[in-house]
Design a protein around this ligand. Structure first.
Ligand code: GLA
Length: 434
């Protein structure tokens, strides 16, 4: 081969190896079946809740008719237990014919017609975690092509029933195979969760090159214990995880369980607020047909969504951990804005936490504060001491902008911003939003 042609060919093959599919420049949002509906395939006795075509159509209808889609919740993701126990005569995966009578293509058409996207699930290994056919190394290209033919938009690649060596080959190979189909397919890798989530077993630079998002840690369950455990792991390891995240590549602390059975109102706000601080994918796993208006308003809060979706895509961090069990989290946002979350791990009563913006590393004068869950605004000087009242297992969340940079705020409040400016004695402590 001529040297120039050889060089060009090597550059091109290197280029196709990096994940350059252009999708998920902000964290993906949508709905995912697993946590709420699991592997319920008993359609005879539980027709409303079993994993079948109708469940996904129901959720698609709710997403497009109840205001979710406009807020960015566009993915409808199938998880485990969708397929037939056997591959077809050509070795391709096929949906269970009884539960998905139109096959996956029918579902993807239904979703695309409504401006939604379809996600599907597979497993790097001999079987999925639920015991359905897996994708062994020799099947990777076939399965990638099948998903592209079905016009799937996202693929979650789980890791049950494979070892570290197989995963090291399989996850990059699937990335390459998805890219080679020419269809932009968001790629969610469970790989790090199977390798303990931390270096040296996990190479976050490589993950950012081959996957759009990745599960770092264990499965979420419908309980506050589970949510708290995940929060603890992600912020304990924040110095490793933060540099890995950015447009097109996200850490995934797993689904939102807001609207299910395990979380109180305050705990639901805490999950939403901290997932926004983490720049986490927002995949709800709940029943959108019966969700309470309280849960819906938390999930549909425009300000917290806009913080989650900030275009800079910088993952936030814990900046304060008090002996009193109050923690403060911070995320830098575009337009010199930022988000603050005051979180209480206490279980006694609302805690009156006193601090100031300068104690939280803010230095340049006055800031405009917008309380995300109460819609109240105020101006606060960096040197002014204030008190926030944080409920047990709950949060107070602020969007903080310099007074001159209110564009986004005004956009979300229809340009009708009303300030409650603190003008009192400098040495007195304003009771913020009490
Ligand atoms: C694993 C994954 C879950 C879910 C199940 C399905 O446990 O981590 O998110 O996909 O498998 O069996």
């Amino acid at each position: 081969m001529h040297l120039a042609v050889f060089l060009l060919a090597s550059v091109l093959s290197a280029a196709t190896f990096a994940l350059d599919n252009g999708v998920m420049r902000t964290p993906p949002m949508g709905w995912l079946a697993w946590e709420r509906f699991r592997c319920d395939i008993d359609c005879k006795n539980d027709p409303k809740n079993c994993i079948r075509q109708n469940l996904f159509i129901d959720m698609a209808d709710r997403l497009s008719e109840d205001g979710w889609r406009e807020l960015g919740y566009v993915y409808v993701n199938i998880d485990d237990c969708w397929s037939s126990m056997e591959r077809d005569e050509n070795g391709r995966l096929q949906a269970d014919p009884k539960r998905f009578p139109g096959g996956i293509p029918k579902l993807s058409r239904y979703l695309h017609d409504r401006g939604l996207k379809l996600g599907i699930y597979g497993d790097m290994g001999t079987h999925t975690c639920g015991g359905y056919p897996g994708t062994t190394l020799d099947k990777i290209e076939t399965d990638a092509q099948t998903f592209a033919d079905w016009e799937v938009d996202m693929f979650k690649f789980d890791g049950c029933y494979s070892n570290a060596t197989e995963q090291e080959k399989g996850y990059p190979l699937m990335s390459k195979a998805l890219n080679a189909t020419g269809r932009p397919i968001g790629y969610s890798c469970s790989w790090p969760a199977y390798q303990g989530g931390l270096p040296p077993m996990v190479n976050y630079t490589q993950l950012g090159e081959i996957c759009n998002l990745w599960r770092n840690y264990g499965d979420i369950q419908d309980s506050w214990d589970s949510v708290l455990n995940i929060i603890e792991w992600f912020f304990r390891n924040q110095d490793v995880l933060i540099p890995a995240a950015g447009p097109g590549r996200w850490n995934d602390p797993d689904m939102l369980v807001i609207g299910d059975f395990g979380l109180s109102k305050d705990q639901s706000r805490s999950q939403m607020a901290l997932w926004a601080i983490m720049a986490a994918p927002l995949f709800m796993s709940n029943d959108l047909r019966t969700i309470s208006s309280e849960a819906r308003s938390i999930l549909q809060n425009k300000m917290v969504i806009s913080i989650n979706q900030d275009p800079m895509g910088i993952q936030g961090r814990r900046i304060v951990k008090e002996k009193s069990d109050i923690e403060v989290f911070w995320r830098p946002l575009s337009s010199d804005a930022s988000a603050l979350v005051f979180f209480s791990r206490r279980t006694d009563m609302p805690y009156r936490y006193q601090t100031s913006l300068s104690k939280l590393n803010y230095t340049t004068g006055s800031y405009k504060i917008y309380d995300v869950f109460t819609d109240k605004t105020m101006i606060l000087k960096d040197s002014t001491n204030f008190v926030v009242s944080v409920n047990p297992t709950g949060v107070v969340m602020w969007y903080v902008s310099a007074p001159s940079k209110l564009n986004r705020l005004q956009f979300y409040r229809g340009g009708n911003v009303q300030d409650s400016v603190y003008t009192g004695d400098e040495n007195a402590i304003p009771r913020v939003f009490l």
